[in-house]
Design a protein around this ligand. Structure first.
Ligand SMILES: Cc1cc2nc3c(=O)[nH]c(=O)nc-3n(C[C@H](O)[C@H](O)[C@H](O)COP(=O)(O)OP(=O)(O)OC[C@H]3O[C@@H](n4cnc5c(N)ncnc54)[C@H](O)[C@@H]3O)c2cc1C
Length: 290
């Protein structure tokens, strides 16, 4: 199918992009990589009156470290993030998870900002952003705002971005050395959206778990952090038993839906299995002094 008619503009500066968004009004859409937006327009699932193409805003494409954080411009292509040594050193969980995002040609075009702004509850990067306490910088009619990842994702395809507002940067606190991490998912085929994914982080001292973070994709209308499972790990020996117990707790705390791809019970089973496996991998990385 073809999209419904729309205005198109390709501004050369951030100010001009914000002005165009203001001019075209609430149903104007930002066009970044187009890997989700154009498909939805073709299927007439969205009918924006105008597209504001931000691909000329080269200033929004960068990866750098500043003030102890990893800063990634919203227009940075997913494949650039995947290949970046700076990202791998500062936040290895991102490097691990982004390889699960679609296929290489899609990552060559898709942007990190578009992926996060799209807010698909089965996406990998929103779960990673929540697990790592990322923060989002936006620019809009009322100036610049900073929004925590926890507050950014409101529901399926729904974020805290206000009308006329652009996501400009994502910041991840630098990964502390000695902690373990893992991202795992199960999908019908490589490159498909996952049935369930988990982003896990783990801090272990003298064999005892000091802190953990468990955030799941595909089990609700947004990335789902299960604090009860994290708390059950703290103060316990870091081993198969405590990891299995955390998986049991996580499986009871989530409320996944059944669909064409998987039943809710199967998704709970995946949460049990992936929690244990991801924590074991995170533990191995702790032990190697990751
Ligand atoms: C076959 C296929 C498989 C895929 N599999 C996966 C997968 O497994 N995991 C996954 O996470 N994704 C997957 N995707 C989606 C892919 O990662 C998209 O690239 C991504 O979700 C959107 O990024 P984009 O830059 O293409 O954004 P676009 O499609 O251009 O935009 C997406 C949405 O975000 C908004 N937006 C974009 N940039 C900004 C900004 N800077 N500020 C405010 N709003 C903005 C747009 O207005 C639009 O609403 C898949 C896509 C395809 C086609």
């Amino acid at each position: 199918m073809k999209p419904a008619p729309f205005h198109y503009t390709r501004p050369a500066s951030l100010d001009a992009a914000l002005a165009a968004l203001a001019e075209y009004g609430d149903d104007a859409k930002v066009l970044a990589g187009g890997q989700s937006l154009i498909a939805m327009m073709n299927l007439r699932l969205v009918r924006p009156s105008a597209l504001v193409d931000i691909n000329r805003l080269a200033a929004l494409s960068y990866i750098r470290e500043s003030d102890g954080a990893l800063a990634i411009g919203a227009l940075t292509r997913q494949s650039a993030v995947e290949a970046s040594g700076v990202v791998a050193a500062a936040c290895p969980l991102i490097t691990e998870a982004i390889r699960y995002v679609a296929h290489k040609p899609i990552r060559n075009r898709g942007t990190i900002g578009g992926n996060l702004a799209h807010a698909d509850p089965t996406s990998e990067l929103p779960a990673v952003a929540v697990a790592l306490d990322a923060s989002f910088t936006t620019q809009g009619p009322s100036g610049q705002r900073t929004i925590t990842a926890d507050d950014f994702f409101l529901g399926a395809l729904s974020t805290a971005l206000a009308p006329g507002e652009l996501l400009t940067e994502v910041r991840f606190p630098r990964w502390p050395s000695g902690q373990g991490w893992s991202f795992m998912e199960i999908s019908p085929r490589a490159g498909d959206y996952a049935l369930v994914g988990v982003a896990a982080t783990l801090e272990v001292q003298a064999g005892v778990c000091r802190s953990a973070r468990l955030v799941y994709s595909g089990v609700g209308d947004r990335s789902t952090r299960v604090a009860a499972a994290e708390q059950a790990l703290v103060g316990q020996p870091a081993n198969q038993d405590s990891f299995r117990q955390a998986g049991e707790i996580a499986a009871t705390q989530i409320d996944p839906s059944s669909d064409f791809h998987a039943s809710a019970d199967y998704r709970r089973d995946l949460v049990r299995a992936l929690t244990r496996r991801a924590l074991l991998q995170a533990l191995e990385r702790c032990q190697k002094g990751a």
